[in-house]
Design a binder for this molecule. Structure first.
Ligand code: CA
Length: 483
């Protein structure tokens, strides 16, 4: 007992000094008796850090928190040490949502990358195919001279031999074509392979065309030599087309082209419809592209078209009207002084052919008669803008004695009969000289009732309206005589 008391006293005394280094355990031994165990670190181990205990537990807890934070930032849960998921490791909803978006975008970009890669592979394949095709073409033999490739090669060779280049003056007579206004604008087609041999050969063929008869000049302004056979272009299919007038503007004005043809059926008292056809083919088929309604009714078959205007005689009057085709309005209106109208001085076939207007190389003309002239043909040159009479000529040919008249190069020609199948052009009156001369140039009325005959400056032919039929006649003119 004493010994036990001493041991307790010593333990209490030593605790104040070595309580951090010594420890006391109590327990039962195998025999059931109480056993006290007292341990003290040796002097050599007094400075060693204590392993285990509360400090280790603290470190474990702090490490768990850090792992949870890393797991949040990295997007995946981290099992806490010990196999349990801590509350601090649970991701917040907004972070999860951002993560989902980022993953979706990444997947999208990945898909786009794969698509571009496929396209790149396709382009590489096509480039390779084109390269092989180019090599194959280069290895082929030379092509025929007519091919564009050969043409281009020929052009280069011609340059090398000192020949004139494409479009040079050697072929300029084919490239330009002066019109009546002296406009020599370039007619070359930019798509034409100018330097090709094929074109050179074509030029040679053109220049080898034989020249026409030296005494005949179909495009000149000489005297009429002959009139060809009538060529029928169209038959009118209604009674309104028994008489009429058809025309072509020699100086067409936009929006109407140079090939435009015009027609008026002149049966009836309200002749106001003007039909336009794009070209001769459409006229022959009877397909007008334009129908104009004239503001004033027309009389006679003597209308004409010139520089974008229709010129005609107003019904029951000596008033001349210039109707502008583009604006579809009357541009000028003027009386033809003293002119007979409405059957006062018609041609021999009758009808209201008192005032006959026409166009030739010299301009706009009116053929009519007056009381003063007592039925003789009067020719007046008109100002095409204002319709004023610029100058008049009075002939000795009675208007009622001839079937019709036409003007070519300032000369008036008369046709003897409107009905005889075989008749003649029987007079010519030259306004330049004031001389009348008898002629006997064969002329055919194929359909036996010719109500209109006029010179078409646009085609250098005669246009006529013969008993429902629209016909034309080729002409041969002599060379123009020097004044
Ligand atoms: Ca006439």
């Amino acid at each position: 007992m004493f010994f036990l008391s001493l041991l307790c006293v010593c333990g209490l005394l030593l605790r104040g000094d070595a309580q951090d280094r010594a420890s006391l355990w109590r327990g039962n031994d195998r025999s059931g008796r109480c056993q006290y165990t007292f341990t003290v670190p040796s002097p050599a181990e007094a400075t060693c850090p204590q392993a285990g205990g509360p400090e280790l537990d603290g470190l474990k807890a702090r490490l768990g928190v850090l792992e949870a934070l890393v797991a949040q930032l990295g997007g995946k849960d981290v099992q806490l040490r010990g196999g349990q998921q801590g509350a601090a490791a649970r991701p917040q909803p907004e972070l999860q949502e951002a993560l989902s978006r980022a993953v979706a975008e990444r997947n999208l970009l990945q898909g786009e990358k794969e698509r571009l890669q496929r396209e790149l592979d396709t382009l590489k394949l096509r480039m390779e195919e084109m390269r092989r095709e180019a090599e194959r073409l280069r290895s082929r033999p030379c092509l025929s001279p007519q091919s564009p490739v050969a043409a281009a090669t020929a052009t280069q060779q011609d340059w090398g031999r000192g020949r004139p280049p494409a479009g040079s003056s050697q072929m300029s007579h084919l490239m330009t074509r002066p019109n009546r206004q002296g406009d020599s604008s370039d007619l070359r087609d930019s798509a034409w392979p100018h330097g090709a041999r094929g074109f050179q050969e074509l030029k040679a063929e053109v220049t080898e065309v034989p020249a026409p008869d030296a005494n005949v000049h179909s495009a000149g302004c000489g005297e009429l030599i002959s009139v060809g056979e009538p060529v029928t272009h169209r038959k009118a299919n209604t009674i309104a087309g028994k008489y009429g007038v058809w025309m072509q503007d020699p100086e067409a004005v936009s929006p109407y082209g140079a090939s435009m043809l015009w027609r008026i059926d002149t049966i009836g008292t309200e002749v106001r419809q003007l039909y336009g056809y794009d070209d001769m083919e459409q006229l022959s088929k009877g397909f007008p592209s334009k129908v104009l309604l004239l503001p004033d009714p027309m009389e006679s078959t003597g209308a004409t078209i010139y520089r974008g205007s229709l010129y005609y005689q107003r019904r029951l009057s000596r008033t001349l009207i210039r109707y502008d085709l583009a604006s579809e309005n009357v541009a000028a209106r003027r009386e033809l002084p003293h002119a007979g109208f409405h059957g006062q001085f018609p041609y021999s076939w009758g009808g209201y052919t008192d005032i006959d207007l026409s166009v030739d190389e010299k301009g706009l003309w009116a053929v009519y008669s007056t009381s003063k002239a007592q039925g003789a043909i009067v020719i007046s040159k008109l100002d095409p803008h204002s319709l004023e009479v610029k100058r008049s000529w009075e002939t000795s040919v009675r208007k009622a004695s001839v079937a019709n008249t036409f003007m070519i190069c300032g000369k008036l020609y008369t046709v003897a009969s409107y009905a005889a199948r075989d008749t003649t052009v029987n007079h010519v009156y030259d306004t330049a000289s004031g001389q009348l001369k008898a002629l006997s140039i064969p002329f055919k009325n194929k359909y036996g009732y010719n109500s209109m005959i006029d010179y078409s400056l646009a085609q250098r032919k005669l246009f006529a309206w013969d008993n429902f039929h629209l016909v034309s006649y080729d002409l041969r003119l002599g060379r123009q005589q020097a004044d």
